[in-house]
Ligand binder design. Structure first.
Ligand code: DC
Length: 463
């Protein structure tokens, strides 16, 4: 799983200085997305393609080859501003050319051409595929990687940004008057903010970092702290896909924790359960499908059943240390939402082979049925593949402290009986299973169940 850091911000906010340093520090691939737009601009200028000649622009985009290579300064190179991170356009080194005035003046309108935007976003995603990467740009956190592990929005006052650009140009040997830099920055700021496609704006979950008046080292160390923390959380998610062995020590710790947490559960809720014995046959694995009403409802199943029950839970929970710790202890199976996570399917099928009981919330989210969300058919698919029955479970209760919580276990369902040639059979079977879940999540079900049990006992006594 890639680790992605998105650094966005206006021209001169410090992205170009801070990002390569952070790439080095955390061993991340560095992607300067601005350079990709500059390459397109240079190509259009060189080939004298008008920016509004969309078929010609598209043809250029189809043919363009942009590469980033790290080449140490050659011994005979006399350029004192030599930059080891080289940019190649169609095989030619254009590292310096893409920073010159002609490109700087034209890159903004070019980057606003929808076709250019689409091609570059797709190129940037492709270049990052499967890699741990840090990208700098304008729309990384909002558009290119909206699920990035870290999102930073760098900023600085206008005057400071102009000063930095003038200094940078001098260092790189780029000739541009101070007034030209100021005008250029003004226009770019306006265009970046008012673009219809990929406008520069802070992503809601991005961390705002103002670099004005702070040293480069200070800015780097501030962001490094954020990345370090995110990397730890990211590593915990990675780790959660590797199950720890069932050692005696782990089993004892799990028993003690289960006993302690179940005690707390009983104090805070009046638990009522029915038909738990359906899971008693330890020679069989099962999939439990339950309705999801509260974030601690899975605990009412895991903690309060004598048989070990594993649940599938969103991988992001592992970002929180204590949940990661319990997740490992209770062999929780992580899943990345809406990604058709193959790792999860493999873990479930392996678990079913070992005759485990695995819990799934087909609603995917809390009160999904009430919210009209699509019910996921993964539980039926995996039960069918793993050749196990589904035990529907209904949970009822408000989960307000000291109130009753009901957990009703239904009779096992053999999903194979729903298998037909109809490509929608998984959905049909899921609907049938969920009908049972809904029936079981009614409080009166529990009362009727108990009444029937009492009647049965009475009759047996009379016999
Ligand atoms: O970061 P830079 O100055 O090299 O960027 C050059 C231009 O590319 C700038 O005008 C904004 C545009 N750009 C963009 O629209 N989206 C990005 N992700 C990166 C740059």
């Amino acid at each position: 799983m890639s680790f992605i850091v998105a650094i966005d911000g206006p021209s001169g906010s410090g992205k170009g200085t801070v990002t390569p340093a952070l790439a080095e520090k955390f061993n991340l691939m560095y992607l300067d997305t601005g350079a990709t737009y500059r390459c397109v601009t240079l190509k259009l200028l060189k080939e004298k393609i008008a920016f509004d000649d969309i078929p010609a622009v598209q043809k250029a985009l189809d043919e363009i080859k942009i590469e980033f290579k790290k080449i140490p300064k050659p011994k005979d190179c006399k350029d004192e501003h030599y930059e080891p991170k080289r940019v190649f356009l169609d095989g030619e080194d254009v590292t310096k050319e893409i920073r010159e005035a002609d490109v700087a003046k034209n890159v903004s309108p070019v980057s606003h051409i929808p076709e250019v935007r689409k091609a570059m976003v797709s190129l940037q995603r492709k270049m990052s595929e499967g890699k741990d990467v840090i990208l700098e740009g304008r729309d990384i956190g909002t558009n290119v990687f909206p699920n990035a592990d870290v999102k930073i929005y760098l900023d600085a006052t206008f005057d400071e940004r102009v000063r930095r650009r003038i200094k940078q140009n001098k260092e790189k040997g780029i000739e541009m008057s101070d007034e030209e830099v100021r005008k250029n920055m003004e226009t770019r700021d306006y265009n970046d903010a008012h673009s219809d496609v990929g406008p520069l704006k802070k992503a809601e979950d991005a961390i705002y970092v103002d670099t004005t008046g702070k040293s480069i080292e200070k800015n780097i160390s501030n962001i490094a702290k954020i990345i370090k923390d995110a990397k730890k959380k990211h590593n915990r998610i990675e780790e959660s896909y590797v199950m720890t062995p069932e050692t005696t020590c782990k089993k004892v710790r799990r028993k003690l924790t289960k006993w302690f947490l179940a005690g707390l559960y009983h104090i805070f809720y009046r638990i009522r359960r029915s038909n738990m014995q359906v899971l008693n046959n330890r020679d069989e694995g099962y999939i439990i499908t339950a309705n999801h009403v509260n974030f601690i409802d899975a605990a009412a199943i895991i903690l309060l059943h004598h048989r070990p029950i594993r649940f599938i839970a969103k991988a992001d929970l592992n970002r929180i240390w204590i949940l990661h710790h319990w997740s490992k202890m209770f062999n929780i199976i992580p899943v990345k939402r809406d990604t058709g996570d193959i790792g999860t399917v493999k873990l479930v099928l392996q678990g079913l082979k070992n005759k485990d009981v695995i819990g799934i919330f087909p609603e995917g989210t809390r009160k999904g049925m009430e919210k009209g969300k699509d019910i996921k058919n993964g539980a039926v698919y995996m039960a069918y593949k793993g050749k196990v029955k589904i035990v529907p479970v209904g949970i009822a209760g408000s989960f307000k402290l000291f109130t009753r919580v009901y957990v009703n276990y239904g009779e096992p369902i053999d999903v194979a009986k729903f298998k037909t040639d109809d490509p929608n059979w998984l959905d049909v079977a899921t609907e049938e299973v969920m009908k049972q879940v809904v029936k079981l999540s009614d409080v009166t079900y529990y009362k009727n169940y108990k009444k029937a049990q009492r009647e049965k006992k009475k009759q047996e006594k009379q016999k």
